[in-house]
Write a protein that binds this ligand. Structure first.
Ligand code: ZN
Length: 337
């Protein structure tokens, strides 16, 4: 994960690619959560907290499962954001809280144990240059925009792809150089979408989780169940579908059954996803209760959805997978789905 993208910038991304994503979670249902505080600073703080939780779990899943992912990259494991990605209403708070300026990437999360953490990066660090090449600050004003940050992230990823890289960092009034040794991780990004819909989806390169769904997860273990399911679509090379007739979905299901699998692509993503979460050290026993609680809070998912069984049936199926994982652990074998 190289970027956390709160707010408008991510909303733009989400809308732009919504038509090309796997409609992965059940039909979006109205959130049962209280709306975020109207006060902008509190709203930013709540989003930052969610961003950091998502970054932490996404990094763990990505690194632990690199051997299973079809694409890998060398990653610092951090989540980055920029002032410019925030709406003009939230931007002054983001600038004040994180020292952000224009398109310059700021560290919103350096998950514990990640290369960024090991290198000494902290939330609030602003990256000024990589390998001596300045990153672009762009324009400080104007509507929310993310292209400038994206360009900076591409430059950073290119440097990390070569191995160890030194960054010039602004930390408060200090300027320092920090060298990061990136590690192999799954080659896709996880992003938090500002949305009241309980939803997650993947587009083959990126994985999106709504703020409502991330907030519904009460622990990192539950968050790993959700993100593991989405990562499983990537591991299983499922195609995104956006067709009304479900052609791509049937192709996914057909390809899976042709290889001897049972159930559909979504059921398989549930199964493989729980393995991915367990391989990253998360507790697989939370999956079934999570789906039951989700079903109890959202009447829509008590019934089967397109591509999905009902929440109750998913929970029962996940219990079977959980027992399978526990048996393999007892036998001392590798946790391969
Ligand atoms: Zn799915």
């Amino acid at each position: 994960m190289t970027s956390g993208r709160p707010l408008s910038r991510r909303l733009v991304v989400a809308l732009a690619i919504a038509a090309a994503t796997v409609a992965c979670s059940p039909t979006p249902a109205p959130s049962t959560l209280e709306p975020l505080e109207s006060d902008e600073a509190l709203r930013l703080a709540a989003l930052t907290d969610l961003d950091q939780r998502v970054a932490r779990v996404a990094w763990s899943l990505s690194e632990a499962n690199a051997a299973l992912c079809p694409t890998v990259r060398l990653s610092a494991g951090w989540a980055l954001h920029s002032a410019r990605q925030y709406s003009p209403a939230l931007r002054p708070h983001a600038e004040a809280r994180f020292g952000l300026r224009g398109d310059l990437p700021g560290v919103i999360a350096a998950p514990s144990g990640s290369p960024a953490d090991t290198a000494g990066f902290r939330t609030g660090d602003v990256l000024l240059a990589v390998a001596g090449a300045p990153l672009s600050a762009g324009e400080a004003t104007g509507p929310a925009e993310w292209e400038g940050l994206e360009a900076n992230i591409r430059a950073i990823d290119a440097a990390l792809a070569q191995g160890a890289a030194t960054f010039t960092v602004q930390r408060g009034h200090d300027r320092l150089d920090l060298a990061v040794q990136p590690r192999r991780a799954c080659g896709y990004e996880v992003q938090l979408d500002p949305s009241d819909e309980l939803n997650a989806r993947a587009d083959g390169r990126r994985l999106f989780i709504s703020t409502a769904l991330a907030g519904f997860a009460q622990s990192d273990d539950e968050l790993a169940v959700i993100l593991g399911h989405e990562l499983a679509h990537h591991v299983l090379r499922h195609r995104p579908w956006n067709d009304r007739g479900g052609v791509a979905r049937r192709a996914n299901d057909g390809a899976w059954r042709a290889e001897g699998g049972s159930g559909g692509a979504e059921q398989q993503a549930d199964r493989v996803g729980l393995y991915l979460a367990a391989r990253a050290g998360y507790d697989p026993t939370v999956a079934a209760p999570f789906w039951r609680r989700f079903g109890a809070s959202n009447w829509r998912v008590r019934f089967p959805q397109i591509g999905h069984a009902s929440a109750g049936a998913r929970a029962a199926a996940l219990e079977t997978v959980q027992h399978e994982i526990e048996a393999r652990r007892r036998a001392g074998g590798e946790l391969l789905p």
